[in-house]
Ligand binder design. Structure first.
Ligand SMILES: Nc1ncnc2c1ncn2[C@@H]1O[C@H](COP(=O)(O)OP(=O)(O)OP(=O)(O)O)[C@@H](O)[C@H]1O
Length: 760
């Protein structure tokens, strides 16, 4: 069926809400709301704070999912493929101002102009009009420096910018002086005169809504009355709208208390019979009668165009990010320099030899030309500070924690050592013992103890080389460590940890910045506002990815400059592969940040989530210690982490050259890509579940209608309302609906609402 043709009767009404329900957890905010905004009129939605006005508006623009019911905006449900709601047809001013603080007034309007596809000339013309009309300060003023009222006017200007067919304004007149408030109302009255623009506006100032064509008086998520303000006042014999509203509240309270006393049994009956408790007490307007939910079909080309990201929106979002970066140079420098600072600190502080380690030396050899003195002369003095002491003082000192080790030489060290070297077959155990260097270590600090052992062995080797020269091989150990195949004999821990550290830093900065930026934008209502302006979540993601790639590229460039040129970490492989691997790791971080932001609402919890995964990931992904040390169940888990193979692969590329571990590299790339795809899919599904929910809402409606039908079978005197449900069921479940029809019948059959062979 042609979409346009089927939607034609709908065009008479700008907004139609039928049976709309919305809850936050157990709190029911909107109950069975029927609301109708006629085309070309101003609808004033009035009610006390917390009655659900904002929630209803968010449901109308599609940023909140409804729990039940049907909403049609300018002829079709929000987010219907090809429908420009959200998009250019609707101008939305949210209650929380939703403006970028780093933007000027001009930037703000230009940004929304770009998203709506206005040319710069059109944007400029509208900007000039709005600055004049809304009495905005100079266009170059930053939003963060404006007063609350001025910001509210900028927000209103952004909603009016593209001359939308539908204006949804959530309390636009709060904090605005009475003269300007009157002008805003006058402007609204003028723009609806053409008959092409409709307005729905919420306000706390009930009396100003007299200028609206229709008012809806809301309380506790229900509409108490809907109609022309004069008629509402007339019917209730009230001199002001405020008095009319008061009377309605009193009547509603009276009805509620009567209903409460009628007990639960009856209320159960009213539910079953479909009797609607939430019908307005007073209904004068055009809405009220139940109507069929319209059917819409859409061409696959329109559907494809709806799903495909638009470059216009992506570029607008990217320009936005660049402007914000430019306005926050401190934050930008921090983003660029932080990785360099982190990697530099790591290279400087981790993996080097400890310096100035105090060691007690107990030398019982009195001769100054003895071998012990010679050997001690070969000890690395920058690392080891020798303290000559008596045996008793040395051991008291090491027990008191003053020294990290004690080196002991026997009285006859030189002669015993010579005997041992020259006549190994004839010497006794005591001679071997007296000709050895005795080392007692405090092993509570493994790194210092290992260094001491290494330095003593090195000193001994140098002593032997010096003393025996070409005969040194005679006292060599029968195990010879040859020149390494890859790496060098002096490879330190810094060399091991650097590739993993570079990847971790890139990953976690991307996670943090992405999660924080999305959580904050959502909290401030900016994501919602962009969504209503027609930006899809895929476009938001792509724009963030592209701008973040720019940041990541600079970060990687600076980090590699420091790692390779300043700290001289070797790189035997292709620089291109190194960069590709690090960039992919950054992209994985972005993906993970997106998932955190999709699952978590506030920045504190997002930070906790990012920090919560940081340490376990670091420990089990082989960044700081080889995965070969991890016990088996955890090792399987480590294989699922993107950093596990990536750090191993980066080490392979940098220290072995490319060709020797192509398999590892491929595995790393594959692992990262898989991780990235999974994460992005999760995020996209989360953001598009709105559509699925809408679909499920419809299925729920069919089920409700079917239950009423079943009730009618058992109760021949069913009410008019039940009959309406049955009628809806029949029209909605026509076999022409194809796949959906099968889904519905299947669901009804499984619920026992329809016999297996019964046709609906
Ligand atoms: N995200 C949320 N989670 C839980 N409850 C919420 C949430 N947002 C709103 N509510 C609750 O829903 C109810 C309706 O809120 P809503 O913002 O729609 O009221 P309102 O009529 O617009 O009020 P006001 O005029 O003060 O803006 C309130 O009780 C509010 O506490």
């Amino acid at each position: 069926m042609d979409a346009e043709a089927s939607a034609e009767p709908e065009l008479q009404m700008a907004i139609k809400c039928r049976d709309v329900c919305r809850s936050y957890g157990k709190l029911k905010v909107i109950s069975n709301m029927d609301l109708t905004v006629p085309q070309g009129q101003i609808y004033g939605l009035l009610g006390p704070s917390g009655c659900g006005k904002t929630t209803l508006l968010k449901c109308i623009v599609g940023t909140l999912k409804i729990s039940r019911g049907h909403i049609s905006v300018l002829g079709k449900p929000p987010s219907f493929p090809g429908h420009e709601v959200p998009g250019r047809m609707v101008g939305y001013m949210p209650q929380d101002l939703a403006l970028y603080n780093e933007f000027t007034i001009s930037d703000t309007l230009t940004f929304f102009g770009r998203i709506h596809g206005l040319t710069s000339k059109e944007t400029q013309a509208r900007m000039d009009f709005l600055v004049d009309f809304l009495e905005l300060p100079q266009k170059c003023r930053l939003v963060r420096n404006l007063s609350g009222g001025q910001r509210r006017r900028v927000s209103l200007g952004a909603a009016l910018l593209q001359n939308p067919q539908l204006l949804i304004l959530d309390e636009p007149t709060v904090g605005v002086d009475p003269v300007l408030r009157a002008r805003i109302w006058q402007h609204l009255v003028e723009i609806v005169k053409t008959g092409k623009v409709s307005v729905i506006i919420t306000t706390h100032y009930i009396e100003e809504a007299r200028q609206a064509n229709v008012v809806g008086l809301m309380r506790n998520g229900r509409l108490l009355a809907e109609g022309n303000p004069q008629e509402v006042m007339h019917q209730l014999n009230a001199s002001t709208l405020e008095h009319a509203f008061l009377q309605l509240c009193e009547t509603s309270d009276l009805m509620d208390s009567k209903q409460g006393s009628r007990q639960q049994g009856e209320s159960k009956h009213s539910l079953e019979s479909g009797q609607d408790e939430s019908r307005p007490i007073l209904s004068i307007g055009p809405g009220g009668t139940p109507e069929d939910i319209p059917k819409h079909a859409v061409d696959w080309k329109v559907r494809a165009r709806h799903v495909l990201p638009k470059w216009r929106n992506i570029s607008a979002l990217m320009i936005k990010t660049l402007i914000r970066m430019k306005r926050m140079p401190g934050s930008l420098c921090f983003q660029f320099l932080l990785p360099v600072i982190q990697i530099s600190l790591m290279c400087v502080c981790i993996g080097g030899d400890p310096k100035g380690v105090r060691v007690a030396v107990v030398n019982n050899e009195t001769s100054s030309s003895g071998y012990s003195q010679l050997l001690l002369g070969f000890l690395d003095n920058s690392s080891i500070e020798q303290v000559p002491l008596s045996h008793a003082d040395a051991f008291t000192g090491i027990y008191n924690g003053e020294y990290w080790g004690v080196l002991g030489f026997g009285q006859n060290f030189s002669s015993y050592m010579t005997s041992r070297a020259l006549k190994p077959q004839t010497v006794s155990k005591d001679v071997v013992d007296g000709g050895s260097v005795h080392v007692w270590l405090d092993l509570t600090n493994r790194q210092i103890a290992l260094m001491l052992q290494k330095k003593v062995f090195q000193a001994f080797q140098e002593f032997v080389d010096y003393k025996l020269d070409s005969k040194a091989y005679m006292v060599a150990l029968p195990i010879k460590i040859e020149e390494p195949i890859y790496g060098s004999l002096n490879t330190d821990f810094t060399t091991f940890i650097t590739p993993g550290a570079v990847l971790s830093i890139t990953f976690y900065l991307a996670v943090g910045l992405t999660a924080l930026s999305f959580v904050l934008e959502r909290k401030e209502g900016l994501l919602d506002r962009c969504w209503v302006a027609g930006v899809s979540s895929l476009e938001t993601m792509l724009a963030h990815l592209l701008s973040q790639l720019f940041v990541i590229s600079v970060q990687i460039l600076l980090m590699l400059l420091f790692v390779l040129l300043v700290f001289k970490i070797p790189n035997e492989g292709s620089l291109m592969l190194v960069v590709a691997l690090i960039v992919l790791q950054g992209v994985t971080g972005i993906a993970f940040g997106l998932v955190i932001s999709a699952a978590i609402d506030d920045e504190q919890s997002a930070n906790q989530a990012a920090l919560g995964v940081f340490y376990p990931n670091l420990v089990i992904s082989g960044v700081i210690w080889p995965v070969e040390c991890i016990p088996y169940p955890l090792r399987y888990l480590s294989l699922a982490l993107p950093q596990t193979y990536a750090s191993e692969a980066l080490r392979c590329i940098m220290y072995r050259g490319n060709h020797h571990n192509a398999q590892c590299t491929t595995h790393a790339l594959h692992n990262i890509c898989l991780f990235y795809t999974t994460q992005c899919t999760t995020h996209t599904v989360q953001n598009t579940c709105l559509l699925y929910t809408t679909h499920n809402v419809q299925l729920t409606q069919y089920t409700t209608h079917a239950c009423c039908r079943q009730h009618a079978v058992h109760n021949p005197h069913s009410t008019q309302h039940t009959q309406t449900h049955i009628h809806r069921l029949h029209t909605l479940t026509e076999p022409s609906h194809g796949r959906r029809w099968y889904q519905i019948t299947w669901r009804l059959k499984t619920m026992g609402c329809v016999e297996n062979n019964e046709s609906i």
